[in-house]
Design a protein around this ligand. Structure first.
Ligand code: ADP
Ligand code: GLC
Length: 471
């Protein structure tokens, strides 16, 4: 089948979080399974753009309301990612340093989607499925069905995958003029709560809707930032498919960023070497259990409870554990972590920013990974941690609930808690410190979790089954 993925992120081209990882891996494994999967995304000014070779695939023009723009679609020349990668260049609009966070993001991603539609509708053939990811690609299912200019795509099935329903891409009705000539009777298919809501529109218009874990699919009907009724109404076409991880990128036996490589057999010694290197770099004591947090410092991740949970754990255990944080996001949380580094030197350190290399070193060198998330559609961090023998300490929600079992259960290997509160996190850290002293139990849990299969190879078929059902 020919599958066109439309996304704002794709690793290693541009990544802000898990969406990038998924769109960088799923198509690769779909191609390995015999499909023709392609990715089309905006052309940002990234390192990947400048370090690779490109050919021009298409040149076109379109209107965004009264603004006329020209665009070029370039293709990576060597197929180095294992799938065809296309970038949409719109001068002045998409070619910026960051992926998101500009005042004109609505204009940027609407223009991107219009360019993708012009490009696909210019083909002599039609793809088997158009697979859109998150709200930045959420207007495509509507445009495929109801824009007069794209009538030749009206019969092509679309799949919409929700990676995060917190962000919906809301736009005022004044921006409806951006969308190329459309059937005005279908206004309701764009709308939710009096505005244009690209995420809601995609849920209404896509032929099938998926999200990235079974539990999150259930949660959306009760907690989805205002869309609860919609998910309840549309539940017949919605399905949860747990994300996989790219075992080629995340492999402790070959990972180029690690101080020492290790397999399941050598996990204890291998992790210790990585931990020593990490602790040395951050002035922490490698003899103590090391807890890390890697991620966006935002409310969804309950990052703001971590400073208090960490400080009180250090006080009450008299410094029995060490902590290392890597992340960026809310400036108040960044500031609190920065303020803690000096007074808690030797027990705590933080890197504020985004650092892919350091994240690999942390998954490998840590003993425990903290994820107190309030909302976690899937979560990839805990799966990477497991692959590197690091015990996940997670709140029971969404994908965390579907992938981590508590060490109190038969064959359990993680630590789970129920509330995103300082008390629950502190208590769970205490459980971690206690189990760390039991070397045999730690080794057993590490070996067990490293062998849990979260590869894309075993997940790709679930997407294929969805596509097949739409033909
Ligand atoms: P989300 O997409 O909600 O942020 P996920 O758990 O799905 O959460 O994926 C997060 C991805 O981003 C992981 O690959 C994680 O390692 C990476 N990541 C998050 N923050 C950072 C950071 N500050 N530096 C490096 N990698 C990060
Ligand atoms: C989102 C979610 C995260 C998920 C990722 C990839 O960013 O917040 O839980 O793992 O997308 O699907």
């Amino acid at each position: 089948m020919e599958i066109i993925h439309v996304s704002a992120e794709c690793y290693p081209v541009a990544k802000a979080g898990g969406l990038g990882d998924v769109v960088g891996a799923l198509p690769k494994y779909q191609c390995k399974a015999g499909h023709i999967a392609k990715v089309v995304m905006p052309m940002y000014r990234t390192k990947f753009l400048y370090e690779n070779e490109w050919t021009v695939d298409f040149k076109g023009s379109a209107n965004l309301g009264s603004w006329f723009f020209e665009f070029t679609i370039i293709k990576e020349a060597t197929n180095k990612l294992g799938f065809d990668l296309f970038l949409v260049d719109i001068n002045g609009l998409l070619d910026r340093q960051k992926i998101y966070g500009y005042d004109d993001d609505s204009e940027r991603f609407t223009a991107f989607q219009i360019a993708v539609m012009r490009w696909m509708s210019s083909w002599e053939h039609q793809p088997d499925v158009v697979h859109c990811h998150d709200h930045h690609a959420g207007l495509i299912p509507f445009m495929m069905r109801y824009c007069y200019d794209f009538k030749n795509l009206a019969g092509v099935p679309s799949v919409f995958t929700i990676h995060n329903a917190q962000y919906q891409g809301w736009m005022g009705w004044d921006k409806s003029r951006y969308i190329p000539r459309w059937d005005l009777w279908k206004r309701g298919m764009l709308e939710w709560a009096d505005s244009i809501n690209p995420l809601a529109s995609a849920v209404k218009c896509a032929t099938s809707v998926t999200t990235v874990s079974h539990s999150y699919m259930e949660e959306l009907r009760f907690n989805s930032n205002g869309l609860e009724k919609l998910f309840d109404y549309e539940r017949g076409k919605c399905l949860g498919i747990l994300n996989g991880i790219d075992n080629e990128v995340w492999d402790p036996e070959t990972d180029k960023y690690l101080a020492d490589h290790f397999s399941v057999k050598k996990v204890t010694a291998g992790k210790q070497k990585n931990k020593e290197a990490l602790c040395e770099a951050f002035s922490l004591d490698p003899a103590k259990p090391l807890f890390v947090f890697i991620g966006r410092l935002v409310g969804e991740k309950a990052a703001e409870i971590l400073p208090d949970a960490i400080m009180s754990s250090i006080h009450y255990t008299e410094g029995a554990a060490c902590f290392l944080v890597l992340g960026s996001g809310d400036t108040s949380v960044e500031w609190r972590f920065q303020q803690m580094t000096e007074p808690y030197k030797g027990s705590f350190n933080a890197v504020i920013g985004y650092d892919e290399t350091l994240s690999h070193k942390m998954y490998a060198g840590a003993d425990f990974l903290l994820m107190p998330s309030r909302v976690e559609p899937c979560g990839l961090n805990q799966m990477y941690a497991m692959r590197y023998g690091t015990v996940p300490v997670v709140r029971s929600t969404g994908g965390l609930q579907d992938t981590v079992s508590d060490m109190g259960e038969p064959d359990g290997f993680g630590i789970r808690f129920n509330h995103a509160t300082v008390a629950d996190v502190e208590y769970s850290i205490g459980r971690g410190i206690a189990v760390y002293r039991d070397k045999e139990q730690m080794e057993k849990m590490r070996k067990h979790m490293m062998q849990v299969d979260h590869s894309w190879e075993s997940t790709v078929d679930e997407y294929t089954a969805v596509y097949e059902s739409l033909r």
